[in-house]
Design a protein around this ligand. Structure first.
Ligand code: BGC
Length: 398
């Protein structure tokens, strides 16, 4: 009798263990389910090297983002193309022979931010082999009636006192500081993203008419370009990225394998007839599917105001559940551009998204909500720190 009780207890415990470690989704272990990192590429915050240990977690692990290095060059060219249309007298406000500019850096440890700092400095000639805020040299650019020297007057990571990066409010404050410090030496402002550029425009010290460039093509920034207050921005094609993130998940959950995972719905139609309209590139060495960038100014801004992709239509595949993290609920790009795009395309791809959001400062604010993993068919992760990949993997293996 006693023996029987012990045996039954063990059997129940074993059963409990089984339900705890296996999903109700075809009995798959969480570690064997699709996992997409997006927007914040697993990488070393100092060197920028891609964290391949994380990326090689499983054959269902991918990164979806955009061509960060290419984007930096696009932003740089947007700026130099603009400067080439201005005469010395028009651009060099105090006539000191220099274009003086200040640079809003988003996050010194984030690949996207580093790439933009590099692209901007290379275009303006101020690049000195480093994305460090204080490491730069004097540059030179072509303007309409000759050449002007370029001086980066200041560059600063826009980090709030609480530790949030890409911080628009910090950009507003810095604009005030910079204009009072450098006055009419400032001929140009350049920002690693639109949120900070819009923050700069909000400063009461901002001198109207100062050319200012952002990055992201958020709706408020596009409207500002149209209105002429923001000089230019860059689209990193958020629609293509949101589609890519969800499409790879859909493909894997539909049983697509091998190279087809990054092709179906991307470079060729999927089984439902869907295919993203924009060109995307797959880099097999880093398992990264990337959207391309394009420069936006007042001449072409209208083409970017309504960009939902008609190549993606409602599918009738079985509904799937996906847990998705966003590193910072108040990041302007993620909340005003990426999240609405995800919600829009998830419906079409019959994906039920559960979105959990962090505070942009400590990983635990996201990790603590990366729970009840058995209930989901797949995961999409946007980390607070780009080197936190292993923390998420540990939870998937638990
Ligand atoms: C965007 C930034 C955003 C960051 C968040 C970047 O690609 O350009 O605006 O703050 O992603 O990770």
């Amino acid at each position: 009798m006693k023996m029987k009780k012990v045996f039954m207890g063990a059997a129940v415990a074993a059963l409990g263990l089984f339900t705890a470690s296996c999903s109700d989704n075809g009995g798959k272990l969480n570690q064997d389910k699709p996992l997409i990192f997006f927007n914040r590429q697993p990488s070393d915050p100092t060197t920028g090297a891609i964290d391949m240990d994380t990326m090689n977690f499983s054959d269902q692990t991918y990164y979806v983002g955009f061509d960060a290095a290419g984007g930096g060059a696009v932003q740089g060219k947007l700026i130099t193309d603009y400067l080439a249309t201005k005469t010395k007298a028009e651009i060099d406000k105090n006539g000191d022979g220099y274009i003086g500019y200040c640079l809003f850096i988003g996050d010194i440890g984030h690949n996207d931010s580093k790439a933009r700092t590099e692209g901007i400095r290379k275009a303006l000639g101020t690049w000195k082999d480093s994305t460090d805020p204080s490491n730069k040299q004097e540059g030179k650019v072509t303007v309409k009636d000759g050449e002007l020297k370029v001086k980066e007057l200041d560059a600063k990571e826009m980090k709030s006192d609480a530790g949030a990066t890409w911080d628009a409010t910090t950009a507003t404050t810095s604009t005030g500081t910079w204009f009072s410090q450098y006055g009419d030496q400032i001929d140009l402002l350049v920002s690693n993203n639109d949120g900070m550029a819009m923050g700069a425009l909000k400063s009461s010290s901002f001198v109207d008419g100062t050319p200012i460039f952002g990055y992201d093509a958020n709706l408020d920034a596009l409207e500002a370009v149209k209105a002429g207050t923001l000089t230019g921005t860059v689209s990193q094609n958020v629609d293509a990225q949101a589609i890519g993130t969800l499409q790879l998940i859909r493909n894997m959950l539909d049983g697509v394998t091998g190279a087809d995972v990054v092709k179906k719905g991307i470079t060729e139609k999927d089984q439902y007839g869907n295919q993203v309209t924009a060109e995307m590139q797959y880099k097999s060495d880093t398992k990264a599917l990337l959207a391309l960038n394009s420069g936006i100014n007042k001449d072409n801004v209208d083409n970017y105001l309504n960009t939902r992709d008609s190549g993606i239509k409602q599918i009738n595949g079985e509904e799937k559940k996906v847990l998705l993290t966003l590193y910072n609920s108040s990041d302007n790009f993620l909340s005003s551009s990426y999240k609405p795009a995800l919600e829009y395309y998830a419906k079409l791809l019959n994906i039920k998204l559960t979105i959990v959001e962090g505070d942009g400062q400590s990983e635990s604010t996201c990790l603590d909500k990366f729970t009840n993993l058995d209930q989901y068919d797949a995961y999409a992760v946007n980390m607070v720190k780009t080197n936190s990949g292993q923390d998420y993997l540990r939870k998937l293996k638990a």
